[in-house]
Write a protein that binds this ligand. Structure first.
Ligand code: ADP
Ligand code: ZN
Length: 733
C-alpha cells in the first residue's frame, strides 16, 4: 500500500540532503512545489550541488533569507521506502547519510536534461577495407547490442582514435544518428517457459514463486552444488516477480564474468536485462539509473553497488554466490551488500534469495535458526556428482627444491594429457614468487610505502606491491648490502608453477589465468572462452578460476597448496578455505556423462579438520563444528564485532589518538561491549599511512552502533587522521 509522497508547495521550507558533507540544509520549495524524495539541484555557497528533498524543513534560519531550490531535476522522486533504506543503512553502518546518498546518485550528468544526443548505430554497408582497428570497433558495436554508444565512447571502448569511427561512418558501415537519451529497456517476457525442471528444482522453484507471490518480505537460502540448477531455479523466481509487475535485481560477485549469464537471461526471457557494473559506459549507467527509477527496466544484473539504484518497485533481490567476500565493500562506505539486500527487502516487502554451494556461516546459522527459509538442491542436474577428492600427503612425497608439483600430482596430469583431457593446477597466489630475499644479507625486498613484501611478477619483469600497486623493475643488487646477483625468489606463485609445468610437460599447451595478466574484462572473457573450447591442456590459475566457469574437458584439479588458507589468524580462515577448496574442486565435476573428475589436494596436514571436512564431503558436520566454535567464543553471528581502523602518516599521532579513545571507552562498556586493542594493524602501513586497529566485541543483542557513536562523538580526531568503523568486519588486516 503506497501512500503518495508529501507535497511541499511553492516557497515552503524544505530540508534537502545533498551529496556534500553539510548535513540537511533548508531551502525554499521551487515554483510549482516539489514532492519528498525529488532529486534537485541546490545552491551551496558559490556552487550548485545535487541532492534530494528529504523532508519538511525544521530549521529556524530566517525564511526571508533562505535560498530557493535551483532546479528540479528531470528524474523520478525517490520513494519513501528508498529514503528509509538509505537512512537505516547509514545508521547500521555508522556512515554519514550524505555518503549513502552519494551511492544512490552515482550516475553521470544527473543535472542534464534528457536531450537527444548523437549515437552510432550499424549502417548496413560492408566496409571497403577492414583494418584491425576497424574490426575492434565493429566488435564493440556487436557486443553492445541494443545499447547506444556515443562516438567518443565507442572509440574509447575499442581503444582507437575517433578518426577510425568517423571513417566507418563515412564508409556507411556505421551511421551517426540523433537518438533520445535514456530509452526504456525492452521488456522481458516472464511467461516464456524455462527448462523442464527435475523434482528437487521444481519444489524449490514452487517455493520461491510462492514466496514472491506473497508480496511480503522473506529471505531464502538456496543451496546446491555448482551445476545443481540454482540459477535455473532463481530465474523462476525472477519470472514470477516480473509477472507481478515488480522489478528484479540479481547481484553477481565477479561481474566481468557475467556475459554468459546475460546470454542466459536473454535465452530465458527473450530480452537482455539492464547491466550495472564498472564495465558499462557512462550513457548506459545514466540510462539504467533513470529507467530503474521509472520502472522501465524489469531486471537488473549488477555488482554490489546496484543495490543502491533507485528502483521504483523492487520485488526480488538475488545474491548469487552469497558467501563471496566481494560483497563486502571496504572503502569509503563499509557495507555488506548481502546484509543490505536483506535490509532493503524487509523495508519493501520484497524477497531475497541467497544462492550458494558453500554458504557463509552467517547465512547457514540464520537458516538453521529459522530466520531464513532454506531450500536444497541435492544433486547435480542429471546424474552427475562431485569429483572424487583425495589428499596428497606432501610429507610422503619426494619433492626436489624449487618444485611444487609432487610426483603423484604430476602422474595424474600425465594421464590427463594422454587421454586428451584438461587439468587445472590451482594456487591462490599471483605473480612468480611471494618473497624475494637477498642470499647475502637476508634482506627481503619490501614496498617503500607499505608494510608488505614486493611480489615478483616475471611476465611483466617487475616487482609489485599487492597492497598499493606500486611497481618497480627487478633489481640486480640488494638495496641493503649492495651485493650483486644474490637476490632469490622464495616460494611459488602461479607464474612459477607455469615455469615448472613448461619444464615438466614441454609439449603441453598451458594457460595461466590470473587477474593481473588481463588488461580488460574482455580479454579475460576471451581467454576463458578459448580455454573452454580450444587446445589448452593445463590451466594454471588463481581464485578467478573458482568462479562459475564451465570447462567441459576438465577432469583433474590439483591444489598446489591446500594449507595456504588455513594459516590465517582470521576468524573466517577455516570457512574461507573450505569454500574455496570446495569450489575449485567442483570445477572437475563430471561433465556430460564423462567419468567423474578428480580433485587432489597437496597438503602437509592431511589430518587437519578443515582438510578432512573438505575431503569427506560432510558439509553439515563442518558447519556444525564451525558454528559450535564461534558460539563458544561468542563470535559472529553469535556475538557482534566492529573494527575501528585509524591511520595517519605519523605513527605517534595515530597511536596517541587510538590510546586516547581506548581510555574513554565508557560508553562501550555501558552497552555491554568490550574494546580490544589498540594494536598495530597486521598490515601496519599502507601507502605511507601507519595503521592501528581496535576491535569492539559485544553480545548479539547489544546496541553496538549507538554505543560506538556515543563513544567516538566527543573526540575530535587530529588533522589528517582517518578513522573508519567497520561493522561486521570480514577482513582484519
Ligand atoms: P548452478 O547455478 O547451481 O551452478 P545452473 O542453473 O547454472 O546451476 O545449472 C547448471 C547447468 O545445468 C546449466 O547449463 C543449466 O542450463 C543446466 N540445467 C540445470 N537444470 C536444468 C534442467 N532442469 N534442464 C536442463 N538443463 C538444466
Ligand atoms: Zn605498497
Amino acid at each position: 500500500m503506497k501512500t503518495p509522497p508529501a507535497f511541499f508547495p511553492t516557497a515552503a521550507r524544505i530540508a534537502v540532503l545533498t551529496v556534500e558533507p553539510v548535513g540537511l540544509l533548508d531551502y525554499l520549495a521551487p515554483d510549482g512545489g516539489v514532492v519528498r524524495g525529488q532529486p534537485v539541484l541546490v545552491p551551496l555557497g558559490p556552487r550548485k550541488v545535487t541532492g534530494v528533498v528529504w523532508d519538511r524543513g525544521t530549521g529556524d534560519f530566517d525564511l526571508a533569507r533562505l535560498r530557493p531550490v535551483a532546479r528540479v531535476l528531470d528524474a523520478e522522486p525517490f520513494d519513501g521506502a528508498f529514503l528509509e533504506f538509505l537512512a537505516r543503512a547509514a545508521d547500521y553502518t555508522l556512515t554519514p547519510l550524505f555518503l549513502m546518498l552519494r551511492m544512490a546518485m552515482r550516475a553521470p550528468d544527473l543535472d542534464q536534461p534528457p536531450a537527444a544526443r548523437r549515437v552510432i548505430v550499424p549502417g548496413g554497408s560492408a566496409p571497403p577495407r577492414m583494418t584491425e582497428a576497424r574490426e575492434r570497433v565493429m566488435q564493440v558495436v556487436a557486443d553492445h547490442g541494443g545499447a547506444s554508444l556515443a562516438p567518443s565512447e565507442l572509440a574509447h571502448l575499442a581503444g582507437v582514435g575517433t578518426g577510425v569511427v568517423k571513417g566507418l561512418v563515412a564508409a556507411g558501415t556505421l551511421a551517426e544518428i540523433q537518438a533520445p537519451r535514456d530509452l526504456p529497456y525492452p521488456p522481458l517476457d516472464p511467461l516464456r517457459p524455462g527448462k523442464p525442471l527435475d523434482a528437487d528444482q521444481q519444489a524449490a522453484a514452487d517455493a520461491l514463486r510462492g514466496a514472491v507471490r506473497s508480496g511480503a518480505y522473506g529471505t531464502t537460502l538456496l543451496r546446491g552444488v555448482t551445476g545443481s540448477g540454482k540459477t535455473e531455479v532463481y530465474l523462476e523466481a525472477v519470472a514470477e516477480c516480473l509477472a507481478r509487475g515488480r522489478q528484479a535485481l540479481v547481484l553477481l560477485p565477479e561481474i566481468a564474468l557475467s556475459a554468459e549469464f546475460i546470454d542466459r537471461v536473454e535465452a530465458r526471457f527473450g530480452a537482455r536485462p539492464g547491466e550495472w557494473h564498472s564495465g558499462i559506459t557512462r550513457s548506459e549507467r545514466r540510462r539504467l539509473w533513470h529507467m530503474a527509477g521509472r520502472g522501465e527496466v524489469g531486471m537488473v544484473v549488477g555488482a554490489r553497488s546496484a543495490l543502491f539504484l533507485p528502483f521504483r518497485n523492487l520485488g526480488l533481490i538475488v545474491v548469487d554466490e552469497e558467501h563471496d567476500s566481494s560483497y563486502k565493500q571496504e572503502d569509503a562506505v563499509y557495507y555488506s551488500a548481502r546484509d543490505m539486500a536483506v535490509l532493503r527487502a524487509s523495508i519493501l516487502g520484497a524477497q531475497v534469495v541467497l544462492a550458494s554451494a558453500t554458504p557463509s556461516l552467517e547465512s547457514w546459522v540464520n537458516a538453521a535458526s529459522g530466520k531464513y527459509r532454506r531450500l536444497d538442491l541435492r544433486s547435480r542436474y542429471g546424474a552427475a556428482e562431485l569429483p572424487d577428492m583425495a589428499a596428497i600427503d606432501l610429507r610422503a612425497e619426494e619433492m626436489s627444491s624449487g618444485r611444487w608439483i609432487s610426483p603423484t600430482l604430476a602422474g595424474a596430469v600425465e594421464s590427463r594429457l594422454a587421454r586428451g583431457e584438461q587439468s587445472l593446477l590451482f594456487l591462490n597466489r599471483r605473480g612468480f614468487a611471494p618473497v624475494t630475499v637477498c642470499r647475502a644479507c637476508g634482506e627481503q625486498i619490501g614496498c617503500h610505502h607499505c608494510d608488505a613484501r614486493m611480489v615478483e611478477h616475471r611476465f611483466q619483469n617487475r616487482l609489485v606491491c599487492h597492497q598499493c600497486g606500486e611497481t618497480r623493475p627487478i633489481p640486480t643488487a640488494c638495496s641493503s648490502c649492495k651485493v650483486e646477483g644474490k637476490l632469490a625468489p622464495i616460494g611459488p606463485g602461479v607464474e612459477r608453477i607455469a615455469e615448472e609445468v613448461a619444464a615438466r610437460f614441454p609439449d603441453a599447451k598451458a594457460t595461466v589465468l590470473s587477474s593481473d595478466l588481463f588488461q580488460s574484462a574482455r580479454a579475460l572473457k576471451e581467454t576463458i572462452a578459448e580455454i573452454a573450447t580450444g587446445d589448452t591442456q593445463i590451466i594454471i590459475g588463481t581464485q578467478i578460476v573458482a568462479k562459475g566457469h564451465n570447462f567441459p574437458r576438465l577432469s583433474l584439479v590439483g591444489v598446489i597448496d591446500a594449507d595456504l588458507g588455513l594459516q590465517g589468524a582470521d576468524l573466517r580462515a577455516a570457512e574461507r578455505s573450505f569454500q574455496l577448496m570446495r569450489q575449485v574442486a567442483g570445477r572437475a565435476g563430471r561433465q556430460g556423462g564423462a567419468a567423474p573428475g578428480v580433485a587432489l589436494l597437496q597438503t602437509h596436514q592431511p589430518d587437519h579438520p578443515v582438510i578432512r571436512a573438505i575431503l569427506s564431503g560432510e558439509d553439515e558436520a563442518f558447519w556444525n563444528a564451525e558454528a559450535a566454535g564461534r558460539q563458544a567464543n561468542a563470535m559472529p553471528p553469535f556475538g557482534r564485532l566492529a573494527g575501528i581502523i585509524l591511520s595517519h602518516p605519523d605513527l605517534g599521532v595515530v597511536s596517541d589518538f587510538a590510546c586516547h579513545l581506548a581510555a574513554h571507552a565508557g560508553p562501550l562498556e555501558q552497552a555491554g561491549a568490550h574494546l580490544w586493542g589498540p594494536a598495530p594493524a597486521p598490515i601496519a602501513r599502507i601507502r605511507g599511512r601507519h595503521r592501528m586497529r581496535m576491535l569492539v566485541h559485544a553480545p548479539r543483542q547489544a546496541p553496538v552502533q549507538s554505543a560506538i557513536a556515543d563513544w567516538l562523538a566527543p573526540h575530535k580526531p587530529p588533522a589528517n587522521l582517518r578513522l573508519a568503523v567497520d561493522i561486521d568486519p570480514q577482513s582484519f588486516l
